[in-house]
Design a protein. Structure first.
Length: 348
């Protein structure tokens, strides 16, 4: 158990180190603590905190910096989210604007806004795609047996991909297959469409096409792209502020991670509270499975859009980030984003 004064010392060390990036000594604490105590008393408290593993000494200074355990203790027991000033809330609302044609545009814009507000790397994920339906499917001829397969979903998103169809498929067969797909699948949920592609549709196409497999491959691949979770990353270059020339290898690994959707999904899933008790979660680098993130922290926040599912926002930044301010900002931001998305669904 820490004494009340030791808690004050730990909180001030975290605050000062976050603000300055410099190790904190007893003389600095004498002027910042809300109570008057001697330098010797503060050194004793610092020694107790060091013995507890909550702060540590650096090689270059007699001051102390928070340890990972110190940050975790602070996050679990001492942190109070800061209130976002009204002026900053106005900036968020104005940055979103009002002219959005698709859900993805709102999610993508939210990543840019969040990275600009925090100067960190922001990651946003739209509401779950479980409720999306197929609105239309078409193939656009490009010549030399190449076509662009286009899928339109009910949220207004459009996915497309270029394929080479089997030479045996003539234009009449392709048009017939497109009519079958639209007749059988438009209006169905994307998950139902994916299921029917494996069951009902091949049998129907087999009666109409001599070689249906090439057509099914084209439609199936672009459908998979449509139903996959869509992450947007803002402020990628901000990561360069926290890596020196001696650890560029780690930086490359992080860039590779955030470019691979499956790995990014695993990282964010591991950082969420499945119980739903805590909509905002913080994991310090040492608590993340990815070794290249050991000097960073990841804060994730879930948001809900009524019947349209849940999404997620996250920021990736230095372990010394101002957690009170960042968590307060994410709390306000997730509320505003959910409101924007709800309004979009209500009017489309």
């Amino acid at each position: 158990m820490l004494t009340e004064r030791e808690l004050m010392v730990l909180k001030d060390i975290i605050k000062l180190y976050t603000e300055t990036g410099q190790p904190v000594g007893s003389k600095t604490l004498m002027t910042s603590l809300p109570i008057r105590v001697s330098s010797a008393t503060i050194r004793n408290d610092m020694a107790a905190l060091e013995d507890a593993g909550l702060i540590r000494k650096t090689h270059s200074s007699s001051g102390r910096v928070p340890s990972s355990a110190g940050y975790r203790y602070y996050l679990d027991n001492m942190l109070t989210p800061a209130r976002v000033p009204e002026q900053e809330m106005q900036t968020i609302r104005q940055s979103f604007g009002n002219d959005f044609g698709r859900i993805d545009e709102i999610i993508e814009q939210s990543a840019r806004i969040l990275s600009n507000l925090t100067s960190y790397t922001a990651i946003t994920l739209g509401p779950e795609v479980a409720n999306l339906t197929l609105e239309g499917f078409s193939l656009v001829p490009l010549g030399n047996h190449q076509v662009m397969a286009i899928i339109v979903a009910s949220d207004g998103s459009v996915q497309n991909q270029v394929f080479t169809l089997p030479r045996e498929l003539d234009s009449d067969q392709v048009e017939k297959a497109i009519r079958i797909i639209n007749d059988q699948l438009v209006g169905q949920s994307l998950t139902t469409v994916a299921q029917k592609l494996r069951t009902d549709v091949p049998a129907i196409l087999m009666q109409q096409l001599q070689t249906p497999q090439g057509f099914l491959d084209a439609f199936g691949d672009v459908l998979q792209k449509a139903v996959s979770e869509r992450f947007y990353v803002g402020g990628r270059l901000n990561l360069m502020d926290y890596f020196g020339s001696d650890n560029l290898g780690e930086l490359k690994q992080i860039y590779r991670l955030i470019d691979r959707q499956d790995e990014l999904n695993q990282l964010l899933d591991a950082n969420t509270d499945d119980s739903g008790q805590r909509p905002i979660s913080v994991r310090l680098g040492s608590e993340l499975s990815e070794q290249s993130l050991r000097n960073l922290s990841l804060i994730t926040a879930r948001y809900s859009v009524n019947d349209h599912g849940q999404g997620m926002i996250a920021i990736l930044g230095p372990k010394s980030m101002p957690y009170s301010k960042m968590i307060g900002l994410l709390e306000a931001f997730r509320t505003e984003l959910a409101s924007r998305l709800t309004n979009y669904y209500d009017h489309h």
